[in-house]
Ligand binder design. Structure first.
Ligand SMILES: NC(=O)c1ccc[n+]([C@@H]2O[C@H](COP(=O)([O-])OP(=O)(O)OC[C@H]3O[C@@H](n4cnc5c(N)ncnc54)[C@H](OP(=O)(O)O)[C@@H]3O)[C@@H](O)[C@H]2O)c1
Length: 300
């Protein structure tokens, strides 16, 4: 099949490009080739490429940045989805789009199902939900995949940030990691322990997308690696797997970080529908992390 992959240089996009190129003819476009905020650019790209599927992995993903750059955030995460859906509509082109656990408010105490009430608590979540709504109202042939806590070899992510901090033994307040400076204890990282979710390796997500394409499945799906943890527990595991025995991790509250965007306290996504439809499950996040650490060693 011919696939137009938007955002193919991003963290998820680059793994999608590698995974899908084996079985499909994939045309990748990123910011250098297209601005998806432009309706004309989307129409032209789709007219010229004539794909059977458009995959949109492009997004404005800086969660704290969205609180400040609200207009740009909505343009990329919502308006651009409308552009893509409108350009595909009359041609009956299938759309695969990604959304986030941050469309939920985090007050649940069991994994969120696809049809549960959305109620975002930050601008990024609001913009992604607006994108979902555009897709659902304009396309009758879409696959909307909500995922969470992504990390991959081709992007800035939490795992990399924790490892960099551990390596440098520096404790700067970093917007990518959930870590904060502890000037008087140079071998301690402080990481939030009151946000729980499912870390997800983009390579595993790309394989799940390939499976959903193969099965020609439509609708909303939650796809994450299996199991849950807090960012603190995730950081402890990252350091343990990487041999940083001399670094300790201190659990802290989100309120101690004072970041611009609020985060849901609990944003675990139920995988029931994916398992039921595909007959497959995703590997546990601990094993996915080991794969990532191996692959990023090779990559670097
Ligand atoms: N990262 C996460 O933890 C996470 C969690 C849940 C869901 N998601 C969703 O998963 C998807 C993939 O996320 P990701 O983390 O892989 O994203 P990413 O690494 O930030 O990649 C997004 C790509 O889109 C490009 N882009 C941004 N604005 C564009 C525009 N106007 N026109 C064309 N391209 C544009 C970016 O280019 P530049 O880098 O040059 O700006 C980048 O290459 C997104 O829909 C995201 O909302 C992500």
């Amino acid at each position: 099949m011919k696939i137009l992959l938007l955002g193919h240089k991003g963290m998820l996009g680059s793994d999608l490009f590698s995974r899908l190129s084996g079985d499909h003819e994939v045309v990748g476009m990123d910011k250098e080739e297209i601005d998806i905020v432009s309706a004309d650019a989307c129409r032209n790209a789709i007219d010229e490429t004539k794909p059977a599927i458009v995959i949109n992995a492009a997004a404005y993903t800086n969660v704290d940045g969205c609180e400040i750059a609200q207009e740009e955030c909505f343009a990329v995460n919502a308006e651009a989805v409308k552009n893509i859906a409108e350009a595909c509509r009359s041609k009956k082109i299938r759309i695969i789009h990604f959304s986030t656990d941050y469309v939920f408010d985090g007050t649940a105490n069991e994994p969120y199902k696809e049809d549960d009430q959305c109620n975002p608590i930050n601008v990024y979540g609001e913009s992604k939900l607006a994108g979902e709504r555009h897709l659902q109202s304009l396309s009758d042939n879409y696959l909307l995949i909500r995922t969470s806590w992504l990390y991959g070899v081709k992007g800035k992510n939490f795992v990399q940030a924790i490892l960099e901090k551990a390596k440098a033994k520096q404790f700067i307040n970093d917007t990518m990691a959930k870590a904060k400076a502890v000037a008087d204890n140079p071998s301690t990282l402080s990481v939030v322990d009151d946000q729980v979710g499912s870390p997800t390796y983009t390579k595993d997500l790309a394989a799940a997308v390939a499976l959903l394409i193969e099965k020609n499945i439509q609708g909303i799906f939650h796809v994450t690696n299996r199991g849950t943890c807090s960012w603190y527990q995730f950081a402890v595991k990252i350091l343990k797997e990487s041999g940083f025995d001399d670094i300790t991790v201190e659990p802290i509250k989100s309120s101690q970080l004072q970041r611009p965007a609020r985060r849901p306290a609990y944003s675990v996504l139920s995988m029931q529908r994916f398992i039921q439809i595909t007959g497959k499950t995703m590997q546990p996040w601990q094993l996915a992390l080991q794969d990532y650490l191996e692959n990023s060693k090779l990559h670097n």
